[in-house]
Design a protein around this ligand. Structure first.
Ligand code: AMP
Length: 175
């Protein structure tokens, strides 16, 4: 019987040259539209918290929100968005970074996480690691304790986890 990771992998659609020439986009829409696969993907991400008590689950704009919110509910934790520049209404910390297909600035509310709180970071995909590294800097700026960073997909050739320092990194599916 195929394992969950393989089952999920079989439902990721490769889209060539999106959103730019040279990018092979990993489209998770077939997972999201299937309730069983969606549940499996969330369960796998919940499991990455292990025995840790998580206070806040941080999700990265935008596909990270899809997974981080149900994971937060299951862990009895709060959900915190890291958003693209200009979207958060309150006082923010912000940081600029480069990603696989462009440049970006991400922000977090200054009062989103209390010092010392246990945080799980979630995004759909780890590519070059620039986005997650920026989110990690924002979390550390708030003096929180980052327990782990968990991704549905990791593109291992891009060595994104090398940018994430000593943060434990989990991926449900690796390419
Ligand atoms: P990076 O900062 O290079 O690790 O890029 C990660 C972010 O960009 C994630 O939020 C992904 O949603 C998105 N991303 C980067 N590369 C891809 C890809 N090949 N397929 C789908 N999403 C991607």
């Amino acid at each position: 019987m195929e394992n969950i990771s393989q089952l999920l992998r079989n439902h990721i659609r490769d889209v060539v040259d999106f959103p730019k020439p040279g990018i092979l986009f990993k489209d998770i829409s077939p997972i999201l539209s299937d309730p069983i696969l969606l549940q499996h993907s969330i369960d796998e991400l919940i499991a990455t918290a292990g025995e840790n008590k998580i206070d806040k689950v941080v999700g990265i704009d935008a596909r990270g929100f899809i997974f981080a919110t149900p994971v937060a509910l299951n862990l009895n934790a709060g959900f915190i968005p890291v958003r693209k520049k200009g979207k958060l209404p309150w006082q923010t910390h912000s940081i600029a970074y480069s990603l696989e297909y462009g440049e970006n600035v991400v922000e977090i509310h200054k009062d989103a996480i209390l010092p010392g709180e246990n945080v799980l970071l979630i995004d759909d995909l780890l590519a070059t690691g620039g986005t997650a590294a920026a989110a990690i800097k924002l979390i550390k700026e708030l003096d929180a304790h980052l327990v782990a960073a968990s991704f549905l997909i990791e593109l291992t050739d891009l060595k994104g986890r090398d940018l994430l320092g000593d943060t434990p990194v989990n991926a449900v599916i690796s390419y």
